[in-house]
Design a protein around this ligand. Structure first.
Ligand code: HEC
Ligand code: HEC
Length: 291
């Protein structure tokens, strides 16, 4: 009798292990296929300026789009997720130092990365959130690239992004934004300039940077990093609907909410929103209040 039971449980466990292995193998193959796909896109060239006013504007964009959270303040790149299960994810060294851009990295390659989420060879960049950036106006993106090209070179070599087993399964299930190129409308043609000012329209344009975590509808959702704090509803239906402009500004500059919570920068990147100008925060506020 005991023998029979053992035989049966052994059999069931064997079948389960086999099923898990098949599932994992399927996910692995799927993710690998998506990673190795070559995209054929037409890159629309724009002129990249190099004067100091443009570079200064570009530096402001770098500081307000969260690039530094992954690429670092000196642009030399960093490992921003290091977890046995999820993987080791490093953001590239964007400078022309050792381990960074090669000397012949062209404007076309900057545009491939920012507008299409692709490397020069047409393969997708991993986890680089280009879907938040590709709608940037020609003017703003040109200034950003002008800044990226102007920073001092830093030697810093980083390992290539590598997924762990959980990272592979979550990517296979679409729970991790592994391949931004899949979420980009590659035919989209951004405008030349977007008019600045304390307006709803400008707020809508700026809110692109919030959609990766708060979702395109801005009603919040799960954190893009599995296990992280969920992103809250920031439309008028949430707390933003109750806060005055000065309260909203204080939250985005200090992470302290009127109801006494201290938001952690790792959850809500308020050190990034602290760099927004008064006008930019006002525009965002006006837009969010209408949702
Ligand atoms: C969530 C983290 C994250 C943020 C935020 C982020 N990046 Fe990246 N970026 C990455 C990763 C990861 C890679 C490397 C991807 C790879 O090698 O597959 C990358 C690659 C790049 C590349 C391409 C380098 C190459 O190999 O051709 C450029 C250019 C770049 N990022 C610029 C930016 C700029 C500018 C911003 C802000 C507007 C930004 N990134 C924001 C994670 C990020
Ligand atoms: C990297 C992900 C991420 C990005 C990008 C991001 N947020 Fe958040 N945000 C969060 C998370 C997560 C929370 C919830 C934190 C908590 O509850 O402790 C949050 C909370 C907030 C809150 C407080 C809401 C409340 O009811 O307490 C506001 C306001 C907010 N975000 C506005 C913005 C705006 C505006 C942008 C774009 C400029 C933005 N966030 C970009 C992740 C993000």
């Amino acid at each position: 009798m005991l023998r029979k039971i053992l035989k049966w449980t052994g059999g069931i466990i064997g079948v389960l292990v086999a099923l898990i292995l098949i599932f994992y193998f399927t996910m692995y193959m799927m993710v690998n296929n998506r990673k190795s796909k070559t995209y054929n896109v037409e890159v629309r060239m724009i002129d990249i300026p190099s004067d100091s006013a443009s570079v200064a504007e570009g530096a402001h964009i770098y500081a307000t789009k969260g690039c530094a959270d992954c690429h670092g303040d000196d642009l030399s790149g960093k490992i921003f997720i290091d977890d046995d299960a999820l993987g080791k994810l490093s953001a590239a060294n964007l400078t022309f130092g050792k381990g960074g851009r090669p000397g012949n990295y062209s404007d076309r390659e900057w545009l491939m990365a920012m507008r299409h989420g692709l490397k020069a060879n047409g393969k997708p960049l991993l986890v680089m959130p280009s879907y938040e950036f590709y709608k940037m106006s020609d003017h703003d993106l040109a200034n950003l690239i002008a800044y990226l090209k102007s920073v001092p070179s830093v030697d810093h070599e980083l390992p290539k992004p590598k997924l762990g087993p959980l990272g592979i399964v979550l990517s296979g299930l679409g729970k991790l934004p592994l391949i931004p190129a899949e979420k980009i409308d590659h035919q989209y043609k951004p405008g030349e300039v977007v008019k600045r000012g304390p307006t709803r329209e400008y707020g809508q344009y700026l809110s692109m940077s919030c959609t990766g975590c708060h979702q395109p509808h801005l009603k919040g959702g799960p954190n893009p990093v599995p296990g992280g704090t969920p992103a809250r509803d920031i439309t008028a239906a949430g707390n933003v609907g109750k806060w005055s402009l000065s309260q909203f500004t204080a939250v985005l500059r200090s992470g302290k909410t009127p109801d006494g919570r201290q938001l952690k920068n790792e959850d809500m990147p308020w050190k990034m929103t602290a760099n927004y100008t008064d006008e930019e925060l006002q525009a965002l506020y006006l837009y969010l209040k209408t949702l």
